[in-house]
Design a protein around this ligand. Structure first.
Ligand code: SF4
Length: 256
């Protein structure tokens, strides 16, 4: 027997995933509002996706399809609907519109134990669900989390290394009337800012993305490095200055 790696086929599949992901969406999509600065740069200066982004998407999408199939009984369909909100002037694509649910594949090493931890861990997902809830005019949204990167822990909850079996947890996020009113104002404001930034071609008015989207600690090289290809265009305040203090920028090297 022989087993040969088929690099040509790998490249073909990779290109297909990449092409699917790089399809430009018309107008403003709910996902643009979660990291509007990054979306601004992606819209104005599109770049091919990095291999790891394609890999994460393929893995996440596979789990997603299976879970949707379990929930709806429908095979091979994502059930993701492309919807338009006239109220906010955006498009949005909930995973399961009928049952008001969103699936996420997460790589956290530990499960959240308290509600406070869930609020911290799910901040970005909760914002996405809030947009869906506002667009759909409902007060709650379900969040199904598939944890695939959990590490083994001892009885005291301390990590003892090694991967644990994946875990599926289901949550329901609920908002008060007051929180929904605040969310409504936030969403309108985000849409206005994003439109203005695109029209005027200036990004400074847009909020900074989360720090991990700009900079991360590389565990292999043991140093902090830039993770966003638009870092030098964006010059994020309070982070850009770190270049002078030795922050590594692999994208600057690529250009050389
Ligand atoms: S550099 Fe940071 S703030 Fe600017 S677009 Fe990239 S991730 Fe967002």
């Amino acid at each position: 027997m022989r087993i040969l790696r088929n690099s040509k086929r790998e490249r073909e599949l990779f290109n297909k995933v990449q092409a699917t992901l790089e399809k430009e969406r018309e107008g403003i999509h709910a996902s643009d509002l979660l990291a509007p600065r990054l979306s601004y740069f992606r819209k104005l200066f599109p770049l091919p996706l990095a291999p790891e982004e394609v890999g994460y998407f393929a893995a996440g999408h596979g789990h997603h399809m299976f879970l949707v199939h379990l929930d709806t009984g429908k095979k091979g369909e994502s059930q993701e609907e492309s919807c338009t909100s006239k109220k906010y002037g955006i498009t949005y694509s909930p995973d399961l519109r009928k049952s008001k649910a969103e699936f996420k594949t997460a790589r956290y090493m530990k499960l959240p134990v308290t509600e406070k931890q869930c609020i911290k861990d799910f901040d970005r997902y909760a914002k996405q669900c809030l947009i869906y809830a506002l667009c759909e005019g409902v007060t709650k949204w379900h969040l199904y989390m598939l944890y695939i990167g959990l590490r083994k822990v001892d009885d005291a909850g301390k990590m003892v290394g090694g991967l644990q079996a994946p875990v599926l947890q289901c949550y329901t996020i609920m908002w008060t009337e007051e929180e929904l009113a605040e969310g409504d104002e936030w969403l309108r404001n985000q849409v206005d800012l994003f439109e203005e930034a695109l029209e005027t071609k200036t990004h400074a008015m847009l909020p900074l993305c989360e720090e991990w989207q700009c900079i991360r600690f590389n565990t292999q090289t043991r140093r902090k490095e830039v993770t966003c290809p638009y870092f030098t265009k964006c010059k994020p305040k309070g982070r850009y200055e770190l270049l002078k203090e030795g922050l590594h920028n692999p994208f600057a090297e690529e250009k050389k």
